[in-house]
Design a protein around this ligand. Structure first.
Ligand SMILES: C[C@H](O)[C@H](O)[C@H]1CNC2=NC(N)=NC(=O)C2=N1
Length: 122
């Protein structure tokens, strides 16, 4: 299967079709091992932890940028030191679709290495 992180979201009738169980499970296992699937909610989620609010918000802004680029938007829970990212496809009645996993993979490419430049507050 093609790498999720090198794919872009598509918005058509096909993109509103829930993933087959087998496809979903193998993509999660092979490409998104840090993400948790909730079958009841039809969503995947991952909690990202940061050392302070500056780091958290830098991440949140990058997530928002990806969401607008992909026209597919996660629910976010933000606090001082963490951001919980949840994806489901509302247009599919809150089911897990390929766009959800593509966005999750894009977010996994954001690295927080704690180095934001000399003027960044630690
Ligand atoms: C037209 C546009 O693609 C849709 O309204 C998008 C916008 N962002 C979305 N985000 C999410 N998470 N699910 C959707 O079904 C969805 N639909």
């Amino acid at each position: 299967m093609e790498q999720l992180a090198s794919q872009q979201c598509v918005h058509n009738d096909d993109s509103k079709k829930p993933l087959e169980d087998e496809t979903r499970d193998s993509l999660l296992k092979e490409q998104l091992p840090e993400w948790n699937y909730d079958a009841d909610k039809g969503e995947v989620s991952r909690k990202f932890k940061f050392k302070n609010y500056y780091h958290t918000m830098a991440f949140v802004n990058a997530v928002a940028w990806i969401a607008n680029k992909q026209a597919h938007h996660p629910d976010l829970e933000v606090s001082y030191g963490h951001c919980l990212v949840r994806y489901t496809t509302h247009d599919a009645g809150n089911s897990l679709c390929l766009n959800d996993l593509i966005c999750a993979a894009h977010i996994d490419t954001l690295e927080d290495n704690g180095n934001f430049g000399p003027n960044f507050q630690d």
